[in-house]
Ligand binder design. Structure first.
Ligand code: SF4
Length: 693
């Protein structure tokens, strides 16, 4: 029946009349309100509250480590009723956790969780949950047609050029495994040997990338396990598959062990911006990072472009608790962000490159106002090392000492103890100007702190010195500290204010705080690490800290916080065994099948090779540039040379969605990829542009 407005009013009027006629009877059924004199003495029937209590009933519970890509690894408890995971709570037992060496976490690690972890059941049972395997219709057709070579016409026919507009069909697991295996064989064969190389050449791939394949089709397979260290079996399992592709190469090219190549293992660390590129630039280590318990020691914390409160939720309390201990909190960001709301002061800066100038300006004030920790700078930084002013290269002892031979390094030093297979010839000694003898003297990389003092060397920080070279020529050299004095002349407070827009009084306040409070730590976000200027950004953060003795002591330092460092599971060492290498790179030709045996170093044989994922996002090209003056220049080294990407398989990571150049990747680059496999619990943006989910 069509109900128009007139009809509706007629029906409503009828219902109202009927209710009025029966209201007496309805009213008779309603119970009168129970009157309670003093609610503290007596209370009416409270059984209705059970409705709410029942919501929290459960039949069993279990604990697990929440392990998405966010790296926090919170230990949580799930509650199950009627076979359904109803809710998740903090387990509040981090203080009971200890490592193999007996180090026990304390109660300060509780509580530990976030809303994403708590609402996980909604994702598990939600509408985006992948409940069965699916294959894209066009890709399936390509497979069913016998995997014909994907020339331009076929790429369009099978919708390799229009993924995202196609449909998916539901498959059984067995069917899916078969398609996956057949796809690997087909793609591997298509690009193996001379025929494969010719095809890739015709398709326009750079010759250096084709050469890097060594004739192996499976070398075009790219695998990516999301944040693998947080779930080695589930996520790094994909790298085991990459290694096992050596078997496929063996079958395709008829070669034996040692003469075949596996797939490429795409990196995680750089793709998501977890790696601070300026760290390796500044001190040679991949990353400087701490466990957040180290915040307990900090007296001043500077959050630089980092929203720890919202983005690192279970860790944010370490930051705010510095407040309780009387520490100073500073936030540097363009916007008044959540860390700024907790801070003693917020230094607003212009978005972009400008904040580098802030730290150089701060360093200048620290030097100008005599806030430098001179002993620390002499003992533990490279600022006393002499630099030639003619070449701007460090002065080396063989420049001015005839027949100088590199000194023997002490056995208890970092170099001899921890660096394996180091090449002493690549580690020349340095020179400082010794104020005790008023001469340049040689120092080794181990002559730091007490060791240098034991040699009775007191290096100069200021001044320009004449150095007579072995050749007889005289040049001048100056300590790096002196060079910084010259360099920082450009960063006077007016200029810094002009560049970064930070208020002048706050620039001075920041400098004086860093110069007078100890320990001071600076933390910056992975977000910043995405950008090219991060090299300079990270490096600038070290300058004021080095000047004030704030690198090394607990509660100090310049760090990102990716968080993987506490996932110390499965790490390998020479004495404990190969760790996750046993999982990833067990010799595919001789796997250990006896369950009572462990995989040892001798059973590890790596056929896979790492690859920086950004080459794929860079139109699947190495960094090769046709320069106007010097012609074609290959900037990507042979060790890092990518191979053409023809098969992609990623696990537990929304890798396409995270691309910085998403449009180009999805609408151009991936058109040349033959097979994309997305393995995830939800239908992510990456699944949408894949072939097999
Ligand atoms: S922070 Fe949240 S999502 Fe991350 S591990 Fe902890 S509970 Fe899980």
């Amino acid at each position: 029946m069509r109900l128009n407005r007139r009809k509706f009013l007629q029906v409503s009027a009828g219902v109202a009349t009927a209710m009025a006629l029966t209201s007496k009877r309805v009213g008779a059924q309603l119970k009168p309100v129970v009157k309670v004199g003093n609610p503290l003495e007596a209370y009416p029937d409270r059984r209705w509250e059970e409705v709410y209590r029942d919501q929290y009933k459960y039949e069993r519970s279990f604990t697990y480590c929440c392990s998405p890509n966010d790296t926090h690894q919170c230990r949580v408890r799930g509650f199950v009723r009627n076979g359904i995971l109803m809710r998740i709570e903090q387990n509040y037992d981090h203080h009971k956790v200890r490592d193999l060496y007996g180090n026990q976490a304390d109660a300060a690690w509780n509580p530990r969780m976030c809303l994403r972890g708590m609402t996980y059941p909604r994702r598990a049972y939600g509408p985006y949950r992948n409940k069965y395997p699916m294959i894209r219709v066009g890709w399936k057709q390509w497979a069913d047609d016998g995997f014909p070579y994907l020339d331009k016409e076929n790429r369009e026919k099978y919708k390799m050029t229009s993924r995202g507009t196609d449909e998916f069909v539901r498959m059984t697991w067995d069917q899916t495994f078969t398609y996956l295996a057949k796809g690997h064989v087909a793609v591997g064969k298509a690009y193996s040997g001379a025929r494969g190389a010719q095809r890739l050449k015709n398709e326009g791939y750079q010759p250096e990338m084709i050469e890097a394949m060594g004739g192996s089709g499976p070398r075009t397979f790219k695998y990516r396990g999301g944040m693998g260290l947080l779930g080695v079996v589930g996520k790094y399992g994909i790298y085991r598959l990459a290694n096992n592709m050596a078997l496929l190469d063996s079958i395709i090219r008829g070669r034996g062990p040692g003469k075949v190549l596996g797939g490429r293992a795409w990196s995680n660390y750089t793709w998501h911006g977890d790696q601070a590129p300026g760290h390796s630039w500044t001190h040679g280590m991949q990353t400087s990072d701490i466990d957040f318990a180290d915040h307990r020691y900090a007296k001043m914390t500077i959050q630089w472009g980092k929203n720890l409160i919202e983005n690192k939720m279970p860790e944010a309390h370490w930051y705010t608790e510095i407040m309780e201990r009387g520490g100073t909190l500073v936030s540097i960001a363009p916007e008044y962000n959540p860390p700024a709301t907790k801070a003693d002061y917020w230094v607003p800066v212009r978005a972009g490159l400008s904040d580098i100038s802030l730290f150089l300006g701060v360093a200048k004030i620290i030097m100008d106002e005599g806030l430098v920790d001179i002993d620390y700078v002499k003992d533990y930084t490279d600022m006393p090392l002499l630099v030639r002013t003619d070449t701007l290269i460090r002065l080396h002892p063989d420049d001015f000492i005839p027949g100088y031979k590199a000194q023997t390094l002490p056995k208890d030093g970092f170099t001899t103890k921890w660096m394996k297979n180091f090449n002493r010839d690549m580690m020349p000694d340095f020179a400082v100007w010794d104020t005790n003898t008023d001469k340049p003297v040689a120092v080794t990389r181990e002559d730091i702190g007490a060791k240098m003092r034991k040699k009775n060397i007191d290096p100069a920080l200021d001044g320009v010195f004449d150095i007579k070279l072995v050749s007889g020529r005289t040049i001048t050299a100056m300590p790096l500290y002196e060079m910084y004095k010259v360099h920082l002349k450009d960063y006077d407070i007016d200029t810094v204010n002009q560049i970064c827009h930070a208020p002048k009084d706050l620039i001075v306040r920041l400098a004086r705080d860093i110069g007078t409070i100890k320990p001071v730590e600076i933390h910056y976000g992975e977000g910043i690490c995405h950008y090219f200027h991060a090299t300079m950004h990270n490096r600038a953060s070290y300058v004021p800290l080095m000047l004030t003795g704030n690198v090394g002591p607990k509660g100090s330092g310049s760090h990102t916080w990716a968080g993987n460092y506490k996932a110390g599971n499965y790490q390998g060492s020479h004495w404990s065994g190969p760790g996750f290498a046993a999982m990833v790179a067990e010799d595919p030709f001789n796997p250990i099948l006896d369950v009572s045996q462990n995989v040892d170093w001798k059973n590890v044989k790596g056929y896979l090779k790492g690859e920086e994922v950004s080459y794929w996002a860079h139109r699947d090209k190495a960094l090769i540039v046709n320069t106007p003056r010097y012609g074609r220049k290959v900037f990507t080294g042979r060790t890092h040379m990518p191979t053409p990407t023809k098969l992609v398989w990623f696990v537990n990571v929304n890798v396409i969605n995270n691309a910085k150049w998403f449009y180009e990747l999805v609408f151009n680059t991936n058109n040349n990829v033959d097979m994309i496999v997305a393995q995830d619990i939800e239908f992510t943006g990456s699944c949408e542009y894949s072939d097999i989910v």
